[in-house]
Design a binder for this molecule. Structure first.
Ligand code: NDP
Ligand code: CA
Length: 316
């Protein structure tokens, strides 16, 4: 039998009329087993036959309305499992995913967005291969316009997984990717119509990186990060206007890595943060960190309950 999942203190039901969004880099099956070199994780904990149910359990546990995922290389499985709970989804693979070079791979990894079709209607979706200096990169973004049936409001939800790895050049590259995505948002969202925006993903950038400021300071949208300054972002910890201390915590052959690189950005004028799912403490995570038998990815899920603020647009 598997050891119990890491328990995070969060109500299963969201407040009335709020929007619950889950953001998660689920860890690609091919990369996790063959590329990441998680030296403290037993191989059996990475076995897809059990790991896949841990991923599904984690998603169902928090009962989200909208789900943004990265490193998805088993979309068919996820889509079938999530459909049983009333979710529809969109998937867009990376153009030259590192997964396809791995023996026995299950296809490329990519991003996915799911939404509960009882509560949301898909108005349109757009996908894009992110460009850097007008040249396509190996990163993608999915954008959806969803009609929130309860309020009639249209909301934009986008997700991405920016280029990984450290270094000055790569941090510049991520910043350029961020700018390209913001322009893509601007092409597809009617900012004048007061459309709420949520952009969630694995940005592979700590808060000190330029792309984080680029996103927060873009005057077209007024985006902020949902976990920033949230009390209890880590269980039992007080926080003063800062991001949580980590969203991923793993041990690779090259060493331990514990940092904040996953975010849920939202438009401040249209949305308020009601509550966020706390991250587990170091003690809960354990000395071998993640992935582990207790948790199926090296990234933790982020869950945010948003309140829709009254529209300033008189025509609505
Ligand atoms: P990225 O650099 O964005 O990273 C790909 C994946 O590697 C991410 O999912 C990332 O996870 C993970 N990763 C990050 N750091 C490490 C690490 N230290 N060790 C192991 N894995 C890590 O990839 P690109 O999409 O830009 O693709 C380029 C990479 O793919 C190259 O590194 C290349 O080796 C490989 N590739 C190989 C090809 C070939 O011909 N063999 C062709 C195409 C790609 P996270 O986001 O969670 O950090
Ligand atoms: Ca990864």
């Amino acid at each position: 039998a598997l050891p119990p999942r890491i328990e995070r203190n969060f109500p299963r039901d969201r407040p009335a009329d709020s929007i619950r969004l889950l953001q998660w880099n689920i860890l690609s099956q091919s990369l996790g087993e063959h590329n990441d070199n998680f030296i403290r994780c037993p191989m059996e904990a990475l076995d897809w036959r059990t790991r896949r149910y841990r991923i599904i359990e984690e998603i169902f546990e928090y009962n989200p309305d909208i789900i943004c995922l990265q490193e998805v290389d088993h979309y068919q499985f996820l889509s079938r499992a999530l459909r049983t709970q009333g979710y529809e989804g969109i998937y867009f693979p990376k153009p030259d995913s590192p997964c396809i070079y791995i023996k026995g791979n299950n296809g490329p990894d990519g991003c996915a967005i799911f939404y509960r079709s009882n509560d949301y209607e898909l108005i349109k979706f757009e996908t894009r291969i992110v460009e850097v200096w007008r040249v396509q990169s190996n990163q993608v973004v999915i954008l959806t316009l969803l009609r929130h049936k309860a309020s009639g409001r249209e909301i934009c939800v986008a997700t991405t997984h920016l280029k990984a790895r450290q270094g000055a050049l790569l941090s510049t590259l991520r910043n350029e990717q961020g700018k390209d995505i913001l322009d893509f948002l601007h092409q597809n969202v009617d900012v004048a119509a007061d459309c709420p925006i949520i952009m969630a993903g694995d940005f592979n950038a700590e808060p000190s990186e330029p792309v984080y400021s680029t996103i927060r300071s873009d005057s077209r949208f007024g985006l902020d990060s949902a976990y920033r300054g949230c009390d209890g972002a880590v269980d039992g910890a007080e926080d003063a206007g800062q991001e949580p201390p980590y969203t991923t915590w793993k041990v690779r052959g090259e060493g331990e890595s514990c940092h904040t690189i996953d975010y849920v950005f939202f438009s401040r004028r249209q949305l308020g943060v009601n509550q966020v799912l706390p991250f587990p403490t170091g003690e809960q995570i354990g000395p071998d960190r993640v992935p582990s038998f207790q948790y199926p990815s090296d990234h933790f899920s982020l869950v945010v309950d948003f309140d829709l603020l009254p529209s300033a647009n008189v025509s609505q």
